[in-house]
Design a protein around this ligand. Structure first.
Ligand SMILES: [Zn+2]
Length: 248
């Protein structure tokens, strides 16, 4: 059982590594519900997560998640202790804390640039995470940690990139935006005209032949100079050696 579970995880990890640049140490963002499930399942996250993912892992959370756990009181005291031992990653809610789920969702926005894994038991949050491509999702089922298979949205995204649809659309948009922002919409046409003029100018081959001839004469002259220098060097070295001989 354990081996097949690890095999699946390895396969999914490979997918995320190849297509989304996920790298070790894996950054796993935990919320209160995941901490609570780990506590109930008596799962030692620090030991079992690296063993399951066969890699170094970093357990992280946010200030908003910690604040939420504090407000929820004694029932979640154990979960709070687990979350407090995680690294606290900066979120955008420095002044006004938001709910844990809202905060974690904001951490993986804009294509999940920090390559976070999201670990939660909150099905509502999971649904929202699955709608964004490229976020590895983890949860606990029956006292075992599970890395979810890539979501349909994630797989569709990868296929679109592979077929060249998505990238070209992205490129077109970004190029259009850049042109419009910098007022360069007319300039590219002018550049094209200039390039055409250059091509239709004097025959580049004829230029090359002339240059070669001049280069040849130059190089032969240089060689002569080098030879002269060498001779001079020999003579100076001879003189030096003779001097040394005379002194010795
Ligand atoms: Zn936050």
């Amino acid at each position: 059982m354990k081996i097949t579970r690890q095999k699946h995880a390895k396969k999914h990890l490979g997918f995320f590594r190849n297509n989304f640049g996920v790298r070790e140490p894996y950054q796993i963002l935990l919320d209160g519900t995941f901490c609570q499930a780990a506590l109930r399942g008596r799962i030692q996250l620090r030991e079992q997560l690296p063993r399951y993912l066969m890699a170094e892992t970093q357990l992280c959370t946010t200030r908003c998640v910690l604040k939420e756990l504090e407000t929820l009181g004694k029932d979640l005291y154990g979960a709070k202790l687990i979350a407090q031992k995680c690294q606290v990653r900066n979120c955008a809610h420095f002044k006004n804390a938001v709910s844990g789920s809202e905060c974690l969702l904001s951490m993986v926005e804009d294509g999940n640039p920090h390559h976070y894994f999201l670990a939660t038991q909150d099905q509502n949050l999971s649904m929202k995470v699955k709608k964004k491509p490229g976020i590895p999702l983890m949860f606990i089922i029956q006292n075992t940690i599970v890395l979810d298979k890539p979501s349909p949205k994630t797989i569709a995204f990868v296929k679109a990139v592979e077929s060249g649809q998505l990238v070209s659309v992205h490129e077109k948009q970004s190029i259009k935006q850049l042109k419009e922002e910098q007022g360069l919409v007319k300039d590219p046409e002018q550049r094209r005209r200039k390039k055409r003029k250059k091509v239709s100018g004097p025959n580049p081959l004829s230029c090359l032949k002339k240059k070669k001839k001049t280069q040849d004469t130059n190089s032969s002259a240089l060689e002569k100079k080098r030879k002269r220098k060498r001779i001079r060097n020999r003579s100076t070295s001879k003189v030096l050696s003779e001097k040394q001989n005379a002194e010795g």
